[in-house]
Design a protein around this ligand. Structure first.
Ligand SMILES: [Zn+2]
Ligand SMILES: [Zn+2]
Length: 441
């Protein structure tokens, strides 16, 4: 493993006082601050490397002033317990998953068993100080930005592109939301899931919404995230952050709403179908993709229209009923090809008629797993959401799908993972892990 010093993190209690020293007294240049939503901190980087390695592509060593944005962030707790001061050092590695696997094999104690989104477009993971001789060590992998933009998307919200035979697959982003960690992991105890996915002070975990574009003879969008119709109260309850959303990422992908020919629904929950419609200036809700036909499984459509006490909170009628009124709805009854290369496959489990998309071209296969395997933390078979209406069906579908995915070495897409859009499943000694796929720029 090759590791280079990336930065030294300094926990700060009073940012003004810290700036008075580092900026004014030392005369250093401070970069614009960056929010790291997943860790509830604001990072202020200060380049202190030699100028020759400060050019693009070779970032020099930096100091990082860390300011808590919430009293429950790790930095706030650290400052409260020990006062401000040296917090961590960060080593940059080429493959953070490989580095973590190697450390784990050698018995190192890890704070993060899986990488999470960090500052400066990175994936990061912390190693426990007890294994690093009293120093908190952060590993970081810089994820290359697939498209140049002026608002620097972090790796977590980047547009990523993959070639699959004659098709192009583009993973988009419609923001983050936070859902109860217990509900996201069902019967798995918090003592286990919290290691993979830290919870906030309301016990919620960070999730992304990642719709997928499939470009071939036609252009298909699979799911569309939450969309922009919900009010502030809704955003507070679900911790929604759509400051970067589908509009930004569609544009970065070089697409407009008019380019979408087909919108495919995996199911009609609000975090998948909310973006199917928009409210226009007159307050009327209409289809968000003016040229598209919307393909929905008939059983899911019926269940969403006739919701019950158990699933009612997951459906917002405004996201799907206007499709029928506008005459753009196509209901499908069974597993079938929706456009050349894209088939739907019912998984059930999460909802009775939840479906995934299987995408095939040039002898290669990809799968958009939707809520069958929403994040990389849900890879293990029993890690099934408490939201699932029929968890035993989820279990059976996961088993059958993994067999298929391993045989075909499928490229799998995680619709809700906060850090990883897509990867390949690897199985070693009965244990599965994900090797994130590199986006081709
Ligand atoms: Zn769902
Ligand atoms: Zn979902």
């Amino acid at each position: 493993m090759r590791a280079v010093l990336d930065h030294v993190g300094i926990a700060v209690k009073d940012l003004g006082a810290a700036l008075a020293f580092y900026r004014d007294a030392l005369g250093l240049e401070i970069e614009a601050p960056e929010e790291v939503a997943a860790q509830r901190v604001r990072a202020h980087f200060i380049p202190v490397g030699e100028s020759k390695d400060r050019g693009a592509g070779a970032p020099g060593v930096k100091l990082e002033l860390l300011e808590a944005t919430s009293p429950d962030s790790a930095i706030a707790k650290y400052v409260e317990k020990r006062g401000p001061g040296l917090h961590h050092i960060t080593l940059r590695v080429d493959d953070i998953h490989a580095a973590l696997a190697q450390l784990k094999q050698r018995g190192a104690k890890l704070v993060d068993e899986a990488p999470r989104p960090g500052a400066e477009h990175g994936l990061v993971a912390f190693i426990h100080p007890s294994s690093a001789h009293g120093v908190l060590v952060e590993l970081k992998q810089v994820v290359e930005q697939p498209s140049a933009t002026d608002h620097h998307p972090s790796a977590a919200s980047a547009v990523t592109r993959y070639a699959l035979g004659d098709l192009e697959l583009i993973s988009l982003f419609d923001g983050f939301l936070r859902l109860d960690g217990g509900a996201m992991f069902g019967v798995v105890p918090k003592a286990l899931w919290a290691k993979q996915t830290p919870a906030d002070d309301k016990n919620r975990i960070l999730l992304a919404m990642r719709p997928l574009v499939v470009r071939g003879a036609r252009t298909m969008l699979i799911d569309a995230g939450l969309g922009g119709k919900e009010d502030r109260r809704f955003h507070e309850i679900y911790g929604v952050d759509r400051s970067r959303n589908l509009d930004h990422t569609l544009a970065e992908a070089g697409l407009t709403r008019e380019d979408i020919d087909i919108v495919l629904a995996t199911h009609l929950h609000f975090d998948h179908a909310g973006g199917f419609t928009v409210r226009d200036a007159a307050g009327r809700v209409r289809p968000a993709f003016p040229r598209a036909q919307y393909v929905v499984r008939r059983g899911e459509w019926e269940d969403a229209r006739h919701a019950n006490e158990r699933n009612r909170a997951s459906y917002l009628a405004d996201s799907f009923l206007p499709l029928a009124d506008a005459g753009v709805l196509q209901l499908v009854d069974d597993d079938q090809t929706i456009m050349p290369g894209v088939r739907v496959r019912r998984t059930g489990g999460h909802t009775m008629h939840h479906q995934m998309a299987i995408i095939e071209s040039g002898g290669r296969t990809a799968a958009f797993m939707a809520d069958l395997v929403p994040t990389t933390a849900h890879l293990a078979e029993p890690w099934i959401m408490g939201f699932d209406l029929y968890p035993m069906d989820t279990l059976a579908s996961k088993k059958a799908f993994y067999k298929d995915a391993l045989e075909k070495d499928m490229l799998v897409f995680f619709e809700h993972d906060p850090a990883v859009a897509a990867g390949h499943i690897r199985e070693e000694q009965g244990k599965r892990r994900i090797v994130p796929a590199q986006s081709r720029s």
